[in-house]
Design a protein around this ligand. Structure first.
Ligand code: PMP
Length: 317
């Protein structure tokens, strides 16, 4: 769907996946005026398809669009477009337990703009692809390295929204970490360099006894939808949840650490390397009991195997 700066997106339509035309002077190609979302469709055992909290993605795109000086599709149009895309690609939604269909809504400044300014035209695209596990480790614990040279976000920057440039800026740190054998990078705050922020594509949680802590949302980390869901699931299971500044020192005596995200779901962390020192977290086969419990609770909700008392899933057919 396309629109001018007024934000009235046209109805758009379904086209086969493939290259699209883009103006070489477009805002997105030259000035990074682009925003994306990510959500998943899961197949239930009866064959029907569930979306997980698509309204949340629609609303997050609106917040991000404001920061990036772009109009965003209204929530209802966003959700309907996601539904239509999934229905048109039904056969690509894997069977229960064999993965999911990852859906990628993309909003870009497609109009030509030579001097730095918001583009005069916008394009909203959705594409989708079946996916399995995000990390090659699967559900096995991942190994992170705390990054002390590069930062993902700074106060006042765009770290709190899902703009494309945030991902360009983490490519190098991630590449170096992977070359050294780590699964991903854990970022610290750019001011005091001592508080946990997040991983390149997921949020982080630290478990100590019955208390589960996660960095508070303060503009430099992405307000993850999985993060928000896991907080509610953990509270409903009787855990105490704290959203606050979490110091990197707390990694030393944590019982468990795990990451959350649409792509990674709940990924247990097996080790974190900080200033050359490796901190190990070991549970049963390396997966901590709390991480395992929250993973099972969330995925059974997403796949329609547990009662959805929160009303988070949207059934498609
Ligand atoms: N942080 C970053 C930087 C991300 O890219 C993502 C993935 N969208 C997340 C956290 C997790 O967000 P969500 O749970 O909404 O997928």
């Amino acid at each position: 769907a396309k629109c001018g700066p007024d934000g009235n997106f046209d109805k758009g339509g379904m086209v086969p996946f493939g290259p699209i035309e883009m103006n070489p002077a477009s805002g997105v190609l030259n000035y990074g005026q682009g925003l994306f979302e990510g959500l998943k469709a899961y197949r239930k055992t009866d064959g029907s398809i569930l979306l997980f909290r698509p309204m949340e993605n629609a609303m997050r795109m609106q917040t991000g669009a404001e920061r990036m000086c772009m109009p965003a599709p209204p929530v209802e149009q966003f959700v309907n477009a996601v539904k239509q895309t999934v229905l048109a690609n039904k056969r690509w939604v894997p069977p229960t337990g064999k993965g999911s269909l990852y859906i990628r809504p993309l909003l870009v400044g497609s109009g030509a703009v030579l001097g730095l300014a918001p583009a005069p035209e916008y394009t909203f695209i959705i594409f989708a692809s079946p996916v399995g596990n995000y990390f090659k480790e699967g559900l096995a614990p991942i190994n992170l390295i705390v990054e002390d040279k590069f930062h993902r976000a700074t106060p006042g920057g765009t770290g709190g929204v899902k703009t494309i440039g945030n991902y360009a800026s983490v490519l190098m740190a991630q590449k170096i970490a992977k070359e050294k054998g780590y699964s991903d990078v854990l970022y610290l705050d750019a001011v005091e360099k001592k508080y946990l922020e997040e991983v390149s594509s997921c949020n982080i949680f630290v478990v100590k006894g019955n208390v589960i802590s996660t960095p508070a949302i303060k503009g430099t980390i992405l307000p993850g939808i999985t993060r928000k869901s896991i907080i509610d699931v953990a509270l409903s299971k009787g855990f105490q949840v704290e959203e606050r500044l979490v110091s990197v020192d707390e990694l030393l005596d944590a019982d468990e650490v795990f990451c959350t995200g649409t792509a990674v779901v709940v990924s247990p962390v097996g080790s974190i390397t900080y200033q050359g020192k490796r901190i190990e977290y070991s549970g049963k086969q390396g997966v901590g009991a709390v991480s395992q419990q929250l993973y099972t609770s969330l995925t059974s909700l997403q796949m329609g195997q547990a009662e959805d008392s929160m009303g988070w899933t949207v059934q498609l057919n």
